[in-house]
Design a protein around this ligand. Structure first.
Ligand code: TYD
Length: 134
């Protein structure tokens, strides 16, 4: 499994950097929801779920954090630390987020409104959902 990154154009000049996100243009879906995590405490592991339908792009717009991705066959971990780099995560991927630096902000663009029924929060159910044996 390889991470799917989208590196967005930086509009930089002497004042600093700016990145623009546009649904169905440089974002490959219509954005129904944006949420972000901040003030994440040391040692915390967030996520620990998969989605049935949802597509998301994760950005660490400040600081850094690590995202593990597990498709039921293979698990990889990537460090998100560039504000212009999006990590695209589709359905059927168990994800965990951890090792947040102090002040890190993880921003997520999502293709659907919040819907708890789209979540798979039990790892065994996740494995069953992709037809894998534990
Ligand atoms: P949770 O799923 O535990 O977050 P994470 O994936 O980072 O571990 O969500 C924390 C709380 O926020 C939970 O009560 C559900 C709520 N929530 C919303 O209301 N809307 C949202 O879009 C999200 C992602 C979470």
């Amino acid at each position: 499994m390889k991470p799917v990154y989208i590196d967005f154009q930086e509009h930089g000049d002497w004042r600093g950097q700016l990145v623009a996100l546009e649904e169905n243009k440089n974002i490959p879906f219509a954005v129904k929801r944006v949420y972000f995590m901040y003030d994440t405490k040391e040692g915390v592991v967030r996520g620990k779920h998969a989605h049935r339908q949802l597509q998301q792009i994760l950005f660490c717009v400040a600081g850094a954090c690590t995202i593990s991705l597990d498709d039921g066959k293979e698990k990889i971990a990537v460090r998100l630390e560039q504000p212009y780099r999006g990590l695209l995560i589709g359905p059927g991927i168990w994800r965990e987020m951890y090792d947040f630096t102090p002040g890190a902000v993880l921003m997520v663009l999502a293709s659907e409104y919040y819907d708890e029924s789209d979540y798979i929060r039990d790892y065994d159910v996740f494995l069953d959902s992709i037809g894998e044996e534990k």
